[in-house]
Design a protein around this ligand. Sequence first.
Ligand SMILES: NC(=O)c1ccc[n+]([C@@H]2O[C@H](COP(=O)([O-])OP(=O)(O)OC[C@H]3O[C@@H](n4cnc5c(N)ncnc54)[C@H](O)[C@@H]3O)[C@@H](O)[C@H]2O)c1
Length: 346
Amino acid sequence: MPKTPIAVIGAGAIGRTHIDRIARSDNLQLAAIADPTEAGRALAQSLNVPWFADYRAMLDNAKPRGAVVATPNSTHISMALDCLERGVAALVEKPVADTVSEAQLLVDAQARTGVPVLVGHHRRHNPINRRARDILQSGQLGRVVTANVMATFLKPDAYFDVAWRCEKGGGPILINLIHEIDMLRFLLGEIESIQAIGSNAVRGFAVEDTAAAVLRFANGALGTLVLSDTATSPWIWDFCSGEQDQYPRQNVQSHFIAGTHGSLSLPDLSTWTYKGARSWHAEITLEKTFVHKADPYTWQLLHFGALIEGKEEPLCSAQDGLRTLQATLAVSEAAATGQTVAVGKS
Ligand SMILES: NC(=O)c1ccc[n+]([C@@H]2O[C@H](COP(=O)([O-])OP(=O)(O)OC[C@H]3O[C@@H](n4cnc5c(N)ncnc54)[C@H](O)[C@@H]3O)[C@@H](O)[C@H]2O)c1
């Protein structure tokens, strides 16, 4: 089978992750890199692939079947639309857009053209989460009643030398919490409404350093999310799932989901159930599922290749990207206004 040619637009931090995975893939071939910087040109040269400063020229000349859009957020939609217009499938990094109305343009264009779109919420491709979803959907935990998520970690002072990271919108709600929101949507379904509180008490920047949110899911479950990028703590998925080699792995849990008939912690995939009488006085049984460690970015690209070949449906569609963005923006709005924010359905 010939390899599927995939281009990467934007050879920055995450673009290089994609480039590395494509270059090592058995199914995909790195068709070109588009990035106007000297670093982008040098990387393309070192890999012996065509380089373009202009991504449109790349799409027209290199003619990839798919393109990864790994550029700053504000450029995602226009680039993805340019891909779709040319019949090129797009893997669009998260967040899919800056605003819900922009995201809707992509949802509409995808529906009109039928060209595949995948949004880069990579955690969906981690086998731990796929197994967790199977466990939840099997009904063995009964009806889910609560979900608690910890996302507390420490960004070093140097991180804030970049001005936009100190301004509204540059903080952990939009940068980090969006991953938690998407993972919860993947596992538990749609979020209906959100309450939240933000705080900038430690760093004193315009942007929050800490936040807490309460979620109501459409299935009736309630959730809490605790977030801080100024906390010395190991309790975040990125540290304990082992999916990011850049962070030392910690043997702790970050997600706790409780149902009427059992509960589940992640990433260790422990379930707790009563085998006999169901009562807080009875003995409770702990069982574990072990899954192979796998790189979600590799699986995401494999899935992207399968979408292009028409063999699979997107695990994170443009509409999913929109809904996750909408719920994340709702956390910001709830924290800013003190109001409960309904998460609209579009
Ligand atoms: N899924 C994940 O795990 C993950 C992780 C990090 C970043 N991201 C997302 O990926 C995107 C990029 O983030 P990053 O951290 O890699 O940023 P970055 O600043 O490291 O890289 C962005 C790259 O895009 C290039 N670029 C800018 N304008 C361009 C254009 N018009 N044409 C071609 N290239 C252009 C820049 O030169 C730069 O190399 C963001 O949307 C971010 O939210 C996702």
